[in-house]
Every structure is written in C-alpha cells, then in structure tokens.
Design a binder for this molecule. Structure first.
Ligand code: FBP
Length: 318
C-alpha cells in the first residue's frame, strides 16, 4: 500500500517573522530581542564541540560547570555587548556582573544554559534572559521584556514585552538560511490544566506540598512532567496548562532557582499568559513582587494556572 498522502506543509511565506512582530516594540528593545534570537540560533551550530565533559572549573556557587555552560556564557556575553545595547550583564555563570557601557539602554539577566544536566543526555535545554531599563535590584514588574530560547526537537523562542506571550520557531529557507517565524501568538495557559512537575527531593518537601502533589494526581487528574530543564518544563505548562515548582525544602529553604536569572523572567511570562506565580512566602506575593539586593539570590518558585496556585496557597496555610 502506498504510504498515506502527507498532509500539505505549512506555507511559511505567509508567516510573520520575529522581526516584523517586534516592530510593535520600542526600536532599541526590538533590536536587542532580535539580536538575542540570532545569537541563540547561531550558537547551536557550536554545541557538538562542547557536549562532552566538565569544564574543570566551578562557578561562583562552587558548582562544577559543563564545558557548554562556560562557552555559552562567554559567547552570549561577548555577542550581547557587541550590540551596543547592554550596559550591564548579570549572569548565573559570571563571578561578577559585566559593566560595559554606561550610556547603553539595557541591563540583562542571563541563565546562559538552563538545564545543564541535560547536555550529555541530549535532552532539552535553553537560555533565559530578563531585560530591564533600570539597574538591579529591581522587581520583576519592571522588566522591559523576558525571553527564553528552547533547544528541543525544534528551535523555539518565546518572548513577552508586556503585550502578550508569543512563540516563534526556526524555519530553514531553500538557500539554507534560517529565520524565526511566528508559531503561536498571545499564548494563554489552557484553563483545563494537564501537567505538573515539582523539583528537588519529595522527602524534603513540606508535608503539605506532598499532600498537594498527591491531589494533583488524584483530584486534578494531572500527568507528571519533569525533564530537568526549567525552560522545557515551563513550556509544557505554557502550552498544556498546569503547575511547576522548585520549592523551598528542609535542606534548601530558599529553593534552588535564582530569583533574577530564572524565577522572575519565567514568572513574568507565566503571568503574561494568564497564569500566576508565588515565591512561597506568607505574604502570598507574586514572584514579580520579590526583590533581592544580591543578583545571585535564590527563591522558591511555584507557578502555573491561577486556580492551582490558589489551591496551593490554601493547602500551605493549613
Ligand atoms: P542550571 O541553571 O544550573 O541548569 O540549574 C537549573 C536547572 O537545571 C533547571 O533548568 C531544572 O529545572 C533544575 O535545575 C533541575 O534540577 P534537579 O537536577 O535538581 O532536578
């Protein structure tokens, strides 16, 4: 039997490009996001050279770093500085911030390689960037934009500048060149949640969180999804609705994630997509209301559908 007729491919000539989509933003912000997109797209061609092995160095937290962590951080920082748009870079992989050009409009926060443990296993990983006009310390509500790049089966980039959450996918033209074209515009977390993931050691979670997790299975009928990269796990919540946390635990009361490099940018995207976030503190505040003097501060992270965050807060009060 002849193979079934393949469904007609997408006519990509009609899809908006990232650059055309960015025209609604201030020109300097549009150029920074566009530059980041190109940098992150070009980086992937170099990955195979750095896939194996540890760098032999340790980052400022004393954690062993993979070769790709170090290379990605260096390449991203150098390339962002060359745009002339960035006056300060705070990066998870930099011992100190880079103060480069006082007259440049933006301060950026970077997790240059989120999901490092996925490098050797060829599982998804990504890059997280927060963009501010003002210097840190800042609350997440002051973000000019948040962007993440996801290296998955295909290359996607998601951004928001306060006017909705938009996703682009890397398409290849006949001449071999590549371009980000619109895949999903004004993404909203589906009201009917489907998935959840919670990091760290369940035996070290607060017992009320363990009970809440059980209810996500029993009452909410959610499916467990946890892949070792925050960006990739967040993408599942963004597209399917649900809940993700890297919680406060008895071993690490402030959790694992960094407030500025990881928590704030993805909490911003989650809330822009109609979801909610919580830093686990009694004040019950959004992660976008958290602020820390140190750019390396950690924060517990809970985010996802509004009703699930409300149920979590109620469970954690009892
Ligand atoms: P890195 O930025 O060092 O990769 O750490 C963050 C992270 O890799 C997240 O991307 C991921 O969700 C989490 O750590 C996985 O942590 P664990 O290995 O404890 O499950």
């Amino acid at each position: 039997m002849l193979s079934p007729k393949p469904s007609a491919p997408l006519d990509v000539s009609k899809l908006p490009t990232l650059d055309s989509h960015l025209k609604s933003l201030p020109p300097d912000l549009a150029r920074l996001i566009s530059s980041f997109a190109q940098i992150s797209m070009d980086m992937q061609t170099q990955f195979p050279k750095y896939l194996r092995g540890a760098s032999g160095d340790r980052n400022k937290y004393g954690e062993a770093t993979a070769k790709l962590d170090v290379w990605a951080n260096g390449h991203l920082c150098d390339s962002l500085i060359k745009t002339g748009l960035v006056r300060t870079i705070h990066s998870e992989e930099l011992g100190q911030p880079i103060y480069y050009n006082d007259s440049a409009p933006f301060v950026v926060t970077l997790d240059p390689l989120d999901g490092s443990s996925n490098i050797v296993t060829n599982n998804p990983f990504g890059i997280i960037m927060g963009i501010y006009r003002d210097d840190l310390p800042q609350k997440g509500r002051k973000l000019a934009a948040a962007v993440y790049k996801l290296y998955g089966p295909v290359n996607t980039l998601v951004y928001s500048a306060g006017l909705g959450v938009h996703e682009f996918v890397k398409h290849y033209h006949a001449d071999g060149s590549a371009e980000f074209l619109l895949l999903n515009e004004n993404i909203e977390l589906p009201k009917k949640a489907e998935v959840f993931g919670i990091g760290s050691d369940p035996l070290a979670w607060d017992s009320r969180l363990r009970s809440f997790a059980k209810d996500l299975f029993k009452k909410e009928k959610l499916k467990a999804r946890y892949c070792g990269s925050f960006v990739a796990d967040f993408s599942q919540v963004l597209h399917k609705g649900g809940f993700f946390a890297y919680p406060s635990t008895s071993k690490n009361p402030d959790g694992k994630f960094r407030l500025y490099y990881e928590c704030i940018p993805l909490a911003y995207l989650c809330e822009e997509a109609g979801g909610a976030s919580w830093d686990g503190r009694a004040s019950g505040g959004s992660i976008l209301d958290s602020k820390a003097d140190s750019a390396d501060a950690r924060s517990p992270l809970y985010l996802g559908n509004k009703d699930l965050i409300a149920k979590l807060k109620s469970a954690m009060r009892n």
